[in-house]
Design a protein. Structure first.
Length: 174
């Protein structure tokens, strides 16, 4: 189902009446149990590879959290408050099924980093679920209140790096 929906979304195929009748719950039921890291990964095997590599390396090198979710489909240009979450998670790459695929991708593209990335991903918390029924804006703030020494800064905090700053993660590239 997800591959066929991706053909509609990314390759110009016309949606069938059955596809047009799918609800966010139908799609969430399929995507949530699959091993894909992102919906765009269904567009081509190259994009699947790239999305897994990007999410794993951004989390490993820069502690960048990534959200993925299934929402309703408001009009184009609608604010994030109009997107109501049916299902979603932060850091899907830490899910064991997705992580295994991401580690294999890292091994194919950058074998010298595979073990370090795998260990890092295994040490991360499991994916944090979004709250179904809440809007996307509200779900951006999933983490519990963190201390000053937290490794992650919330968007908009004054202590985030400025453009051109060097960010040190404390982890070697390889």
């Amino acid at each position: 189902m997800m591959l066929n929906l991706a053909r509609v979304s990314f390759h110009g195929v016309t949606a069938s009446p059955t596809q047009q009748g799918l609800t966010p719950g139908d799609i969430a039921g399929e995507f949530s149990v699959d091993r894909a890291g992102d919906y765009y990964g269904y567009s081509t095997t190259r994009e699947d590879f790239a999305m897994l590599f990007e999410e794993a390396m951004m989390l490993y090198l820069f502690d960048v959290d990534r959200d993925v979710g299934i929402t309703n489909n408001p009009e184009s240009g609608a604010p994030c408050a109009d997107y109501i979450v049916e299902w979603g998670v932060r850091n899907r790459v830490t899910d064991p099924l997705v992580r295994a695929r991401a580690v294999r991708v890292i091994g194919d593209a950058l074998p010298e980093a595979q073990l370090a990335v795998e260990q890092h991903l295994m040490g991360e918390d499991p994916p944090t679920p979004m709250v179904a029924g809440q809007d996307w804006c509200t779900n951006r703030h999933l983490d519990p209140v963190e201390s000053e020494t937290s490794r992650r800064a919330s968007p908009g905090e004054d202590d985030r790096p400025a453009a051109g700053d060097t960010v040190e993660t404390g982890r070697p590239w390889l």
